[in-house]
Write a protein that binds this ligand. Sequence first.
Ligand code: CA
Length: 242
Amino acid sequence: MHILLVEDDDRIAAALRPALHRHGMTTSRLATGRGAVDHLGGVDVVLLDLGLPDIDGVDVCRAIREVSDVPVIVVSARGEVDDRILGLHSGADDYLVKPYDIGELVARVHAVYRRRGVGGRGPGAAGGGDAGSADAASGVVVVDGISVDLHRHIVTVGDRPVTLTRKEFQVLALLAGSGGAVCTRNRIVAEVWGRSWAGANRTLDVHVATLRTKLGRADLVQTVRGVGYRLGLPEGVAPEGG
Ligand code: CA
């Protein structure tokens, strides 16, 4: 596994690289955000420091997301909570707060790498069930004019394609695969992020807010207070068998 380390602090990089090598990984390092998108070839996971001298790490993350699906773990200094949320919002897969334990880092690296492999087949495809108007053969779910292609990861509203981050897509796919049924917060966090943590609910809310904005349909993803989220059914259409 090859790790691209985007880190301006020489001491951190010097300590981190041999530690990662001991865990069987190879590394390359950039001390600036500039050029990060040009060095993604052969990279399995990007470890991205948010506090870079030239470009804000969040912007680097967005730039990476525009060209690549490579897993990104954002690293920020302690207390930069808003930065962490912003990092996830910008398409990062996970975050770590400095100073972190190397064992924790290695575990997270393996986790995001593994999830990318699994997520590539579409989270709704494995456990989506038969709800909604899903076409099992094509893997396309259509809800109220919004089409979600679970296999090809393509979302369209009417004829308009919508670009979602991988996490945003996974949340939407999970909801779409459940038809009109409620998905609990715990289930969404567990299936999309693979684990829970103190800020999970806030992160989920941020992703849902972005989804609503990108889909241009604030009413489609409905909040079920205290429980979770569901996809709203079109007006006047009753759930099948209900
Ligand atoms: Ca830094």
